[in-house]
Design a protein around this ligand. Structure first.
Ligand code: C5P
Length: 230
């Protein structure tokens, strides 16, 4: 870890797709005035770049080099986060089901994961970082001050995804979404490297019956407690 990163507090929010971790992590970061890392976006960006370069989904070597050399920049514009890949704006395409499936497949490759480690740790800057993903608390920031593992039933997650895509005007099929979510869960949880599991010291929150505000409040309470106990 570089000197400037030592002691910079990190809150990690890991969990399966559709658990609400992205929205919640962003809210929390905004509220605390901390930086925000959407680590899934990095895997998705490798997927988008690989698809546009026609790199095969099983070519670990090429995908690893691509992840290593990815020219990506994150910024904020009036209405949210903007991402530039090779200098071009990336749009809603990043969240499509096609990119979701491709990114989940390539995320199982050790070379791809290793190429992204330092890139993720570089987001750790004062005054603090909220990081969301699958292995933030287990692998990337094992010394995080607060670790959350956010879950929700697969049905609830499929419903949320359905609504999100519908609101964006995409045509979606709920039962197909449900099947894809289950498939992605299975792949993310069973892979040999950095599988989707809660860190031993993570607080597990099941958001099936909770609103986003409820979850944010619960994490704030846990943060206040961990702050005073440190
Ligand atoms: O979080 P999101 O759904 O955007 O992530 C896309 C894919 O990237 C996941 O299905 C997962 O396979 C992979 N991922 C990962 N480790 C992370 C974040 C995402 O393996 N820390």
């Amino acid at each position: 870890m570089a000197d400037h990163e030592m002691g910079v507090p990190v809150i990690t929010i890991d969990g399966p797709g559709g658990s609400g971790k992205g929205t919640i992590a962003m809210r929390l970061a905004e509220h605390l005035g901390w930086h925000f890392l959407d680590s899934g976006a990095l895997y998705r960006l490798v997927a988008v770049a690989a698809m546009s370069r026609e790199i095969a989904v099983e070519d670990e070597q090429a995908l690893g080099s691509l992840a290593e050399s990815l020219d990506v920049n994150f910024g904020v514009s009036g209405d949210g986060m903007v991402i530039l890949l090779d200098g071009n704006y990336i749009t809603g395409h990043l969240r499509s089901e096609e990119v979701s499936a491709f990114s989940s497949e390539i995320a199982a490759f050790p070379l791809v994961r290793a190429a992204l480690v330092q890139r993720q740790r570089a987001f750790r800057k004062p005054p603090g970082l909220v990081a969301d993903g699958r292995d933030m608390g287990t692998v990337i920031f094992p010394d995080a001050m607060l670790k959350i593992f956010l879950t929700a039933s697969a049905e609830a997650r499929a419903q949320r995804r359905y609504k999100q895509l519908k609101d964006k005007g995409e045509s979606v099929n709920l039962s197909r979404l449900f099947r894809e979510i289950k498939k992605r869960d299975e792949r993310d949880s069973s892979r040999a490297i950095a599988p989707l599991v809660p860190a031993a010291d993570a607080h597990v929150i099941d958001s099936t019956e909770m609103s986003i505000n409820d979850v944010v409040q619960k994490i704030h309470n846990l943060h206040d407690k961990s702050d005073t106990s440190n």
